[in-house]
Design a protein around this ligand. Structure first.
Ligand code: B12
Length: 427
């Protein structure tokens, strides 16, 4: 939706106006762009409702109340349907549903739809127990430590009992360097854990998490770059929440908040946040808020003050994009049963999934694949006969040359001559 893109601002002027470390009024344009993008995603109603979008819309300072109400109803309906009709919800998804519903000033312990009722906090406690049991028997969670962190954070924010063994499992994971994304430290996971530890510190005297909190903050700070990123563009928003919530534990001079804000705003202007899920994870820190604020909101005080631009229904003139050529490689990096390659031509500006489709159209057997829909969009799940499995901790890693991509097949736009690899790997 290029018509929604905010205009470019002079970088110097922008930096100078960040004197207080939060965006100046002129930057509302960028934030409102993200809010509008998320509002459109709710109204487009493609796929299941996104609780992360719900949390972000509620933590924002401007609101479009009818859309927020619509999303709340969709979330309640989906929660009841999924939990009552056997569809499995991961622990982290239950945590996100809980936070989104609580952020709308509704009670997550009492959700009803068509005569059925669910208690999300009870479900969350059960799901977290299963994660911990799984860690005990296999050394890793049923899902991942990002979700275990979200679970602990949510129970604490909602003033629920957080068992000593869950807290212990999370601190052990920090102290034993278990927060990885592929093979690197996962800033995203560290950030959510640091928010959880902060909540425990404020409400439950820490429960023995001080050492882990200091370590994880240090790991996050070690991932700051000169241009303000913390990890990559998509972890910076979550890391900002963690560092802001724990600001008195951040040694002076180790983090420049203004630079991080500036870098994110630049990313928005470059179009790197056009995925509503990416927008949802960055908006809270742009608004100077964190997930800890979810239960501090005063819903009745919200004005319905966000104008929701009507998107033109007339289709834009079709410009024939110049075709680009992309080399697509599929590699079984674990058992080395295949290593295949094809070069395909797609219109310039296409997302990576178009390359995969083209390869499959040309050679249906060699380049067959399936995807799974997630909050982030389509995730590449199977190539030929090899399927990603959380039990075996295998996945299809995406790379450009030898560099892992920081976006998935639904968002990444390859360039002409680029060599893309899908490499069956272990995490
Ligand atoms: C854990 C995790 C993984 C695990 C997921 C499996 C597992 N059982 O744990 C593994 C290691 C496999 C993984 C892989 C990838 N990941 Co990852 N992952 C995460 C992390 C830390 C948590 C996700 C989560 O559990 N969310 C909570 C639950 C409730 O939400 P959910 O939507 O149901 O979760 C599922 C999806 O998120 C999915 N998933 C995980 N990563 C990605 C990435 C993409 C693009 C998609 C579509 C789906 C997806 O796996 C989750 C569990 O089933 C997030 C961090 C974050 N900020 O969100 C990064 C994150 C989502 N991943 C990211 C990336 C880039 C990838 C890869 C593309 C990396 C690569 N170069 O190959 C691949 C995906 C490739 C593919 N085949 O499509 C980025 C996405 C940024 C973006 N703009 O798209 C994030 C934000 C990290 C970051 N800061 O860079 N990831």
């Amino acid at each position: 939706m290029p018509s929604l893109m905010p205009s470019l601002l002079l970088p110097g002027l922008l930096l100078a106006s960040f004197v207080h470390g939060y965006p100046p009024e002129s930057e509302r344009e960028s934030i409102n762009f993200l809010l509008t993008l998320m509002l459109h995603s709710v109204n487009a109603s493609q796929g299941p409702p996104n609780p992360s979008v719900g949390i972000a819309l509620r933590l924002a300072r401007d609101h479009h109340l009818p859309t927020e109400e619509l999303l709340l109803e969709q979330l309640k309906m989906a929660a009841v349907k999924k939990l009552k009709h056997g569809d499995d919800l991961s622990s982290g998804l239950v945590a996100l549903y809980t936070l989104a519903i609580a952020a709308s000033c509704n009670d997550p312990t009492d959700i009803s739809y068509e005569g059925d009722k669910v208690n999300l906090l009870e479900t969350l406690q059960e799901k977290l127990t299963k994660e911990i049991e799984h860690i005990r028997s296999t050394t890793f969670p049923l899902t991942n430590y990002y979700q275990v962190s979200l679970d602990v954070l949510t129970l604490c924010v909602m003033n629920r009992n957080v068992s000593q063994c869950s807290v212990q499992a999370l601190t052990d994971a920090v102290l034993n360097d278990k927060f990885t994304h592929a093979s690197e430290f996962s800033v995203d996971t560290g950030a959510v854990a640091a928010l959880g530890f902060r909540c425990l510190k404020d409400k439950l005297n820490g429960m023995g998490t001080e050492k882990a909190l200091h370590k994880v903050l240090d790991q996050i700070l070690n991932r700051t770059t000169d241009d303000g990123l913390i990890g990559n563009l998509y972890s910076t928003g979550l890391a900002m929440q963690a560092l802001s919530a724990n600001s008195e534990l951040v040694p002076p001079g180790r983090w420049n908040k203004t630079k991080s804000l500036y870098r994110i705003l630049e990313g928005i202007r470059e179009g790197s946040f056009s995925n509503p899920q990416a927008a949802s994870q960055v908006v809270p820190s742009l608004e100077g808020r964190t997930y800890l604020d979810v239960i501090k909101l005063n819903c009745t005080a919200d004005g319905n003050n966000l104008t929701f631009p009507v998107v033109s229904t007339t289709s834009p003139p079709t410009i024939q994009a110049v075709p680009i050529r992309v080399e697509y490689n599929i590699v079984d990096g674990l058992s080395h049963t295949f290593n295949d390659s094809v070069t395909v031509s797609v219109p310039g500006g296409s997302v990576l999934i178009r390359v995969l489709e083209k390869a499959r159209d040309l050679y249906p057997n060699r380049f067959s694949y399936t995807v799974t829909q997630t909050l982030w969009g389509p995730s590449l799940t199977t190539v030929r006969t090899l399927t990603a499995s959380s039990q075996n901790r295998t996945y299809w890693q995406l790379l450009s040359g030898s560099q892992p991509l920081d976006q998935g097949i639904g968002d990444y736009k390859p360039k002409d001559g680029e060599r893309i690899f899908a490499n069956y790997s272990r995490y």
